[in-house]
Design a protein around this ligand. Sequence first.
Ligand SMILES: [Zn+2]
Ligand SMILES: [Zn+2]
Length: 182
Amino acid sequence: MTSVHRRADRRSPLVLEVLELGHGAGSMREVSRTVPAPADLGLEVIGVPEGSDIDLDLRLEAVVEGVLVSGTAAVQLHGACARCLRDIEGAETFRLQELFFYPGHEVEEDERQIVEDTIDLDGVLRDAVVLELPFTPLCREDCLGLCPECGFNLNDDPTHEHEAVIDARWATLADLDVKPNN
Ligand SMILES: [Zn+2]
Ligand SMILES: [Zn+2]
């Protein structure tokens, strides 16, 4: 996922100019802007819908080695509950912090650099959001999931149960002493 591009894409709303900060440590700028979410921001099960609003509240500070970016990204989330498959809609605020080194600094693979007096927040945003998202999102902490026999959403009626008539397919499993997963 590491793409090192040496040319700044100034059309991207996630690319910010840092020229006016100069190279002197100590200058600071605050940036508040709403940008459209880039594609594929998230995991397969939950993520930020492409084009939805992301509210960035950032502080850009010139430090000795580069520009330190810190702040928050408030995003919309859309996904599906891992247990009952219902849609999950939500909002979440993620913290960002990243040092972009001045050109000339030898950067490691996981470090970022100022390119043509700009910083590209795309990767920073991805790291902040994707690393924090749950691999098994739930519609609520105690989601009851689906009935393993008929797929009924047990959240709608926790007392849902079947007559003792065991489906023939499960009966076979019962003979083998294997329980269906739920
Ligand atoms: Zn659920
Ligand atoms: Zn059922």
